[in-house]
Structure formats: C-alpha cells, structure tokens
Design a protein. Structure first.
Length: 117
C-alpha cells in the first residue's frame, strides 16, 4: 500500500487526541477545543456559541465532536449557529477529527468544535 503524506499549507490539522486533550498542528490544548484553518483555542462547550460565530466569515460548516460517543446537540446551540449561516454537524469527537482533516486537506472552509474523549 502506498501512503501519501498530506501537507496543509495555511491550515491547522488535528494531529491527535487522547483523554482530555487534543494536539493541533503540534500545539496541545487541554479540554474542549475549537479549531479553524488559521488557529486553535480552548472552547467553552455548548454554552460558547460566540467563539464559533466569530468564524462565520471563514467557514461554511463546523463539525461538533460530542466526546467519545455520538450525542444530540442542544437545540439552542444548533439554532444559534445555524442562524448565522453556518452548517452544524454533530458526531463523536474521533469522527469529527477525521472529517475535519479530510475536508481541510481538500481546501474546504471548515472548523471543528470538540469535547474531549
């Protein structure tokens, strides 16, 4: 099998994650994280819609990782994000990490808001 290394010229890929942390382009973030193409920061969870909305001119969709298992996104959270024209997709955090990286490598305008596993 031939493997091809992906390069992200102007982007911040998710390198890995573990119990309570995420590693984004070499930077470790403890706890929940918000990652966009140009940066990564801690995230306040479902009560912190403002941090995601601040990215609205840079992204089309945010993948929301709900931890180790898939869980429903709170209606108020989803409504607030979608009202700003940003698509919201909820999934487990591992799936959100993978999906974010794949679409990022395609040059798509994406972000990931992740709760730790």
């Amino acid at each position: 099998m031939q493997l091809t290394e992906i390069h992200y010229p102007d982007a911040r890929p998710i390198d890995g994650y573990g119990p309570g942390f995420f590693r984004i382009a070499g930077q470790v973030i403890d706890g929940a994280a918000l990652i966009g193409a140009t940066g990564a920061q801690g995230w306040g969870g479902f009560d912190d819609t403002a941090a995601i909305i601040a990215l609205k001119d840079e992204i089309d969709v945010v993948f929301v990782g709900t931890g180790g298992d898939v869980a429903h996104l709170p209606a108020g959270f989803r409504d607030a994000i979608e009202a700003e024209g940003i698509g919201v997709e909820g999934m487990s955090s591992p799936a959100a990490c993978r999906t974010y990286n794949v679409l990022l490598s395609e040059g798509r305008r994406v972000a990931a808001a992740l709760l730790p596993v």
